[in-house]
Design a protein around this ligand. Structure first.
Ligand code: F6R
Length: 610
């Protein structure tokens, strides 16, 4: 997630801003930039790569500025290049803006601004906003009003800072969906995307809420709603330390990222899911849509957790879009001389976009003539650059080694692709609307599951000394079982296996006794009764059952020792909601066993070697 810092006061702003940006590095970023308002005008430095490269670029410059803004960018629209880095400026280079979030209607705004004579130099959504503010300034002649009026035309999420040489004594800030916090100082004020960038200067803070716009000067600050109503904000005192702030108050990045999922899943769907039309709009796939629709089959390759998402994708794509789908481990695909036909389409799924085996599978598929498409989190990563087209999952940076929010966002994007293809291949608008509204309800359902964390923690405490676990599910929840088992083994070091529930009797049933806990994913779907039969088989052998079941399931208590209740979700989207308690179970098991959740042994976040 991008980092934002602004300073106005009597001191030299540049060192303060650079230090603030260094504090924000933990959020993940791929380029950085600053804008300083000096008596000579606006000075902007921006650079792809690490902050140290920006510092080298700035060098020893010899000027002083009491007003500046700085940004660490996590790319969403446009690759992480020098040019796409923030700040972005208007035509006259008088206004500079930094932005965290996504402007959904930026293309519509961009066309209108270009028609009105604006020269837009980058492909970013943020630059459009700079020109929109410039346009509004022509009418109001007042920066605060110009920003407010511009934002009334914007759809999407933002936390922004805006400065202008025309009004060199203020920073305008606004929030909708992306956090901003004002640091209240003596003869100086700061503002940042989180308090970690402020606490060296002040512990007195004001949190902006969605729909609020602030004006900061060196001596004071004022706030209004975007609709121009005055609001008085309370100054609060920060009591927590830097590490707590970075982890959003959570003990580990993994837990923070688990809790971010209502938002990250929504970000994957935002601006793409068209509930009223019962379909999805995926700009990244438009150039290849005809090929995708004509493809005799889709091949999906990935590794680890991303492979589990791929498998969940197979279930929904085959059932709803009626396209044959093959799912392959990237590491196997690359060496088995796969048979590829020229009209085959391949999807490669990767959070990092840098996994060596997945990149090799991409190159193998391309060499054999397939159209290669990416489902990627990191914008501008190698996979994103080398694929013909694709979809970003927009989950935000994933720092925890165990993948959580990327998994659910990958499935959310696969659901959008399924909906899009299914509608083209005969799914009715009415069915499409039902699916789309179910998808839209998922972030709220995930929030509900997160509320029962204490119950899951208690279960983890109960089982923390166990040495083996079995995870069983059927249909689209077979991938959920695989993912639950992977999460448990990688962070708690407990041996765990995921199986299709019915396969149990072909071997793993031999393992079941009173020491073997079995997690069943058993939603009330068409194969519910079949899974219940598998549960009976486990009970008959004294296995201990933990069931992930629906809230309205009355029968399950008679079968399971522990029940974790989740809201009902449409079958194929179930893995998104049902994997949340499994992530929490793995997390709390690891915690109970004293394992270092953010640094699991032998694992790296990105596997860039074979
Ligand atoms: C598990 C995990 C790994 C990754 C795998 C692929 O929690 O994180 O299994 O899913 O290494 O990584 P990406 O998706 O970056 O290609």
């Amino acid at each position: 997630m991008c980092g934002i810092i602004g300073y106005i006061g009597k001191k030299d702003s540049l060192p303060i801003i650079l230090e603030g940006m260094r504090r924000l590095e933990y959020r993940g970023y791929d380029s950085a930039g600053v804008a300083l308002v000096t008596d000579k005008g606006l000075t902007v430095f921006k650079k792809a790569g690490k902050l140290s490269e920006l510092v080298n670029l700035i060098g020893v410059n010899g000027f002083r500025s009491n007003l500046g803004i700085g940004h660490t960018r996590w790319a969403t629209h446009g690759e992480p290049t020098d040019q796409n880095a923030h700040p972005h400026c208007d035509c006259a280079n008088e206004i500079a803006i930094i932005h965290n979030g996504i402007i959904e209607n930026y293309l519509t705004l961009k066309r209108k601004l270009q028609a009105d004579g604006h020269t837009i130099r980058t492909v970013t959504d943020t630059e459009v906003l700079a020109h929109l503010i410039e346009e509004m300034y022509k009418h109001s002649g007042d920066l605060f009003t110009a920003v407010r009026k511009a934002l009334l035309k914007v759809e999407g999420a933002y936390g922004i800072l805006v400065v202008s040489t025309r009004e060199p004594d203020k920073i305008i800030a606004a929030r909708n969906g992306s956090p901003l916090v004002i640091g209240v100082g003596e003869g100086e004020n700061l503002i940042a995307s989180d308090a970690s960038a402020l606490i060296d200067h002040t512990r007195r803070v004001v949190y902006l809420e969605d729909g609020e716009v602030a004006c900061l000067s060196a001596e004071s600050f004022s706030t209004k709603t975007i609709h121009d109503e005055e609001i008085i904000k309370e100054v609060e005192e920060i009591t927590f330390d830097l590490e707590q702030i970075e982890k959003g108050g959570f003990e580990h990045f993994m837990l923070k990222e688990i809790h971010e999922q209502p938002e990250s899943i929504y970000n994957s769907l935002r601006g793409r899911l068209q509930v009223d039309q019962g379909t999805a709009k995926l700009g990244g796939l438009e150039p290849v849509l005809a090929k995708l629709l004509a493809a005799p089959r889709i091949i999906i390759t990935a590794c680890g957790t991303s492979w589990h998402a791929a498998l969940a994708g197979k279930y929904m794509l085959e059932q709803l879009a009626r396209i044959p789908v093959e799912v392959d481990y990237a590491s196997e695909f690359r060496y088995r001389n796969p048979i590829i036909r020229p009209d085959d389409v391949m999807f490669l799924i990767s959070q990092s976009g840098e996994t060596a085996d997945t990149l090799a599978a991409l190159r193998e598929g391309r060499a054999k003539g397939a159209t290669v498409l990416g489902i990627v989190n990191v914008v501008g990563s190698t996979l994103a650059r080398e694929t013909d087209a694709g979809v970003y999952i927009h989950a935000g940076p994933e720092i925890g080694v165990a993948s959580t929010k990327a998994f659910t966002s990958q499935i959310a994007v696969l659901s959008l692709i399924t909906l899009l293809l299914a509608r083209h291949r005969g799914l009715s608008a009415e069915q499409g609307r039902l699916l789309a509204s179910d998808l839209m309800s998922i972030p709220a359902k995930v929030s509900k599951v997160l509320e029962i964390s204490p119950h899951i923690r208690a279960i983890a405490e109960e089982f923390k000394h166990v040495r083996n676990f079995l995870y069983l599910g059927r249909g689209s929840n077979f991938p959920t079982a695989l993912e639950g088992a992977l999460k448990l083994k990688e962070i708690s070091y407990i041996h765990a296996e995921g199986y299709p529930a019915a396969e149990m009797k072909h071997g793993p049933i031999a393992l079941i006794d009173e020491d073997m806990p079995v997690v069943f994913i058993v939603p009330k779907d068409a194969i519910y009764d079949k899974v219940v039969s598998n549960m009976q088989e486990v009970r008959a052998r004294k296995g201990r059952i933990i069931a992930i079941a629906n809230e309205d399931d009355k029968e399950i208590d008679a079968l399971a020792e522990y029940v974790i209740r989740v809201p009902r979700t449409y079958n194929f989207f179930g893995p998104i909601v049902n994997s949340i308690p499994l992530q929490l179970l793995a997390y709390y098991m690891a915690l109970a066993r004293g394992a270092d959740v953010d640094q699991p042994r032998n694992l790296a976040k990105s596997v860039t070697v074979e």
